[in-house]
Ligand binder design. Structure first.
Ligand SMILES: [Mn+2]
Length: 461
């Protein structure tokens, strides 16, 4: 067994590795990360995760529910440390897995991967408590400076990914009837049982414009009279409930082509119109207090128009119009981000153009939320070749053209006001990727352990 495999085994048991080994690990991780672009390219299939925040036992639960490395390819969107009691073990385990299986693990930087923030929110104190000095904290912070700022997931399928997780005593197809048509989104619980499905529907230009497509009701308490949450999807009722009638399709079927997914910790920046601008940033530094790099790690989507000030004091709030324009200009079908606690573990907003994924159940051991990961499948229809972003293959389908200063049609069949700029824009249609959310709860209390009450500086003696 190599030193690295030995370290992985030790960390999986939630036991820290000795300081010289941390130093070596961080050195190797930096050598690996320095070669990565600010925006890492990741091929589907991949499982996308949000904040972990030092909840080591819940990270183990995540791997149990969503598959282990290297069988499952993972993309973690930052905030590995702070708040929880095991930031050290959580981050070092993920870092070991990154060094051991570089092509199966992608780590991007969160706003907590910073010297200033970790000094306030726990990671610094944890390192000093567990090692008797700040050396390990310092090594980790040097790694933080090299973490990528974002990732682009390419080659996503429009279909829900194949379910590769072995079920125990469950038939995943038994609980919900599947109507004819393509399943766009599936929600599974920790035991692998299907809790909800959404069908991809032909879109309809006369459908009412719904600004918020985020709410996905769970089948049991849903009002059957309620319209579908989005013009493009319908919630499939549980057996016994009447089916929701789809309005007749008045338009061509949606594209069978997905764009890339952009994954960042926080969100967009008013300084970034194009993904290539992210690539030009000098990321190898402490997270600045302002500017594009700061915004990518700190911003939040909100029900506003354009940009707004963030109550966090860093980054910005941004509205549906900002996301729609960004996704269109960059051939993105969805932005995936973390950074905000959502009680259901995931939250889709703005006609599914952005999703928040949150992977720390019962956050801070008291919030009572569930957590989720998002699985994206691989588009095998193209003979396995992955489409590149920014290509000019004419792969998008035109769905409407703006007339000067009038109402225009955008990707999802929603109408928005033209802005009287006199420019003419042609809008296109990219399908939302098929996706599966696995929702899970905190690890059982008995396995979680509690923090050491006294300093344990002599940890390894
Ligand atoms: Mn955050």
């Amino acid at each position: 067994m190599s030193d690295l495999d030995h370290a992985i085994a030790q960390l999986r048991a939630c036991r820290p590795i000795p300081e010289p080994q941390v130093r070596e690990l961080c050195y190797r991780a930096r050598e690996l990360l320095i070669e990565e672009s600010n925006v890492v390219t990741v091929d589907a299939p991949v499982t996308i995760c949000g904040d972990i925040h030092g909840q080591f036992h819940d990270l183990m639960e995540l791997f149990r529910v969503a598959g282990d490395v290297p069988d499952t390819s993972y993309l973690f969107m930052g905030d590995f440390v702070d708040r929880g009691f095991y930031s050290l073990e959580s981050f070092l385990l993920l870092l070991c897995l990154k060094v051991r299986y570089p092509d199966r693990v992608t780590l991007i930087r969160g706003n907590h991967e910073s010297r200033q923030i970790t000094t306030v929110y726990g990671f610094y104190d944890e390192c000093v408590r567990k090692y008797g000095s700040a050396n390990v904290w310092r090594y980790c912070c040097e790694v933080f400076d090299y973490l990528a700022l974002g990732a682009l997931v390419l080659g996503a399928s429009t279909e829900v990914p194949e379910n590769r997780i072995q079920q125990q005593n469950h038939d995943t197809q038994s609980t919900l009837q599947i109507p004819e048509g393509e399943i766009e989104c599936e929600i599974l619980d920790a035991s692998g049982e299907v809790r909800d499905k959404m069908l991809r529907r032909q879109f309809n230009l006369s459908a009412p414009s719904l600004s918020m497509a985020s709410r996905i009701s769970s089948a049991p308490d849903r009002d059957p009279e309620e319209p579908p949450s989005s013009p493009l999807t319908e919630v499939i009722p549980s057996p016994g409930q009447p089916a929701v009638q789809s309005p007749p399709s008045l338009f061509r079927p949606p594209s069978t082509t997905t764009g890339a997914l952009l994954c960042v910790h926080g969100g967009l920046s008013p300084l970034i119109d194009n993904i290539n601008q992210i690539r030009l940033l000098d990321r190898k530094q402490e997270v600045p207090h302002e500017g594009a790099m700061c915004d990518l790690l700190w911003s939040d989507p909100d029900d506003i128009e354009g940009w707004g000030l963030s109550p966090r004091g860093a980054g910005f709030l941004f509205g549906a119009d900002v996301v729609r324009k960004f996704n269109h200009q960059n051939d993105i079908s969805m932005v995936a981000r973390a950074h905000q606690l959502v009680m259901e573990g995931y939250k889709e907003m703005f006609e599914k153009q952005i999703v928040t994924v949150w992977s720390a159940p019962n956050y801070c051991y008291r919030c009572g939320n569930v957590a989720a990961v998002m699985e994206i499948g691989e588009d095998a229809s193209n003979g396995g070749s992955v489409r590149r972003v920014g290509g000019t293959e004419g792969r998008r389908e035109m769905v409407g053209a703006e007339q000067h200063g009038s109402r225009n049609v955008v990707g999802d069949g929603e109408t928005t006001n033209g802005n009287n700029t006199g420019t003419s824009a042609v809008m296109w249609n990219l399908a939302t990727p098929g996706r599966r959310y696995r929702v899970f709860e905190a690890a059982p209390q008995g396995t979680r352990g509690m923090p050491a009450k006294k300093p344990v500086g002599e940890y390894f003696l």
